[in-house]
Structures are given as C-alpha cells and as structure tokens.
Design a protein around this ligand. Structure first.
Ligand code: CDP
Ligand code: CDP
Length: 231
C-alpha cells in the first residue's frame, strides 16, 4: 500500500499532537511535532540571552541560527520521538508556559521558518508521515493527501493545557494559560509569513465536545478513506 502524508494544523491544545501520535502508531508512520522545533529555537534564544525580560534580540538570534541543531530521537518507552538541542534532551523544558509566552514571536521570524520548513520537508521525504503544526497543509506539505484542521473553543483548550501543566507540577494559574492561548491564536493567525489558516482542501474538525477516542476514530476514518482513494 502506498504511503501518504497527513498534515494536521490548528490552534493550540486542540489535540493535534495526541491524535497525530495515535495515527502514526496505527499506520507505522513517522510522527513529527513541528511546534517542538519552534519551541526548541525559542528555548535556545532564552538560554543564550537573545530573549531577556521581554527584550528580544532578533538579529542576534538570526545570526546564530545556523549553529542551532534541533533533532528528534525516538524513545521506545514513550513510543514517540523527543526533541534535542545538540545532544541535550529538552522535551520537558520546551513545554513550560514561559517558552509558550515567547514562541509565537520567534515563529514570526522568516529566517527561523525557512530553516525549520526545510528540515520538516526532509523529515517527511520518502516516508509516510503525520506532521502537526500551523502551516503544514499550507506551506510545508501543500500536496499532502490528507489535511485536517482542528479547532475547539479557547476556554476548552486553555482548560486542557492548564490541567496538563498542573499534572507536570508547573505552578500556573488558569487565567494566564487562557491569555497565552488567546495571544498565540492571535499572533499565529495574523503574522505575515505563513499565518495559521485552514487550507482550502483541509477538513475541519471541532473537537470541543469530542473525547480523545472519538477524535481518534474520526481521523482514522478519514485516513482510511484517503488511503482507499490513493490505491
Ligand atoms: O502544543 P501547542 O499547540 O500549544 O503549540 P505547538 O504546536 O507546540 O506550537 C508552538 C508555537 O509554535 C505555535 O503557537 C506557533 O507560534 C509556532 N508554530 C508555527 O508557527 N508553525 C508550526 N508549524 C508549528 C508551530
Ligand atoms: O497538540 P495540541 O497542542 O493541539 O494538543 P495536545 O497536546 O494533543 O492536547 C492538549 C491536551 O488536551 C492533552 O492533554 C489532551 O489529552 C487534551 N485533549 C482532550 O482532553 N480531548 C481532546 N479531544 C483533545 C485533547
């Protein structure tokens, strides 16, 4: 059976990565969390003093971009690939609310996008891939056989993300998480380069009232139909 490319885009905390991982596992495909790559560059910028107390040295970051090595290594126990900066596993560090508060600004930088889009296209070359993000169906893989666009209300998404952060042991308040979700929605949708928009041929799924299982079954159904069409 021929392998396809599956692009899953949408707003923060809509369940993109959860369903993308499940589908990749089901099909034996590679899963790529493109947001983790933007988060990794943001983490690098914070560690190296390019982001400091809201002061942002974009030129400084851009001048060092070619030295930044972001990669993924599959973790057998977890069943998915974790993100590395050089040789250091930064999977946990990139998920903080602090990184979330800067990442959408980093994602507006065209040089950052250009570098990461190239790497993402390579990761999806010659293999079945499920990639989630904001511009996968519009920019990274405009010819993807299946494109999904996930939405849910901001309050539902913020509650999901808040629960996740609390479970990890992060000290956050719900209002800050909601504000971050709304600010990122706005910045991601309104930036000049590769804004978050639904591709014309993407199928929209509002999962505000769907459980993880229901959402998985819905996407799997679409995958099966697409695979049959591709035969
Ligand atoms: O997990 P969550 O949905 O909160 O975010 P993410 O997928 O980890 O992405 C973090 C941020 O990276 C987004 O808010 C975007 O600003 C940026 N991003 C992007 O611009 N393009 C992508 N393909 C993926 C993420
Ligand atoms: O990748 P993205 O930011 O779109 O979302 P995610 O990390 O897959 O999901 C964010 C959180 O929402 C996770 O804790 C999911 O388990 C939860 N979620 C949920 O409870 N019900 C859904 N239908 C989708 C996601």
């Amino acid at each position: 059976m021929s392998k396809i490319t599956i692009a899953i885009d949408g707003f923060s905390s809509t369940g993109k990565s959860t369903v993308a991982k499940q589908i990749a596992k089901e099909l034996g495909y590679v899963y790529v969390d493109s947001g983790a790559m933007y988060r990794a560059i943001t983490f690098y910028a914070m560690q190296n003093g390019f982001i400091d107390n809201n002061h942002f040295n974009i030129d400084g970051l851009v001048s060092k971009l070619q030295n930044v090595r972001v990669s993924f290594k599959f973790n057998e126990a977890l069943g998915f690939a974790e993100v590395y900066l050089g040789n250091v596993n930064i999977e946990k560090e990139i998920r903080t609310l602090e990184v979330s508060s800067f990442v959408s600004k980093v994602a507006t930088i065209s040089e950052v996008r250009e570098l990461l889009v190239q790497q993402q296209q390579k990761l999806g070359q010659n293999t079945g891939v499920v990639m989630d993000g904001r511009d996968i169906g519009t920019v990274v893989f405009p010819n993807a056989e299946l494109k999904i666009f996930m939405t849910a209300s901001a309050e539902t998404r913020a509650k999901r993300r808040y629960d996740e952060l609390i479970e990890r042991g992060d000290k956050v308040v719900y209002e800050d998480v909601l504000r971050n979700v709304q600010e990122r929605d706005y910045m991601d949708s309104n930036r000049k380069d590769s804004p978050l928009i639904k591709a014309d041929d993407a199928i929209e799924i509002d999962n505000s009232n769907l459980t993880l299982q229901e959402q998985f079954e819905k996407v799997l159904q679409l995958v099966k139909i697409t695979l049959e069409d591709c035969e």
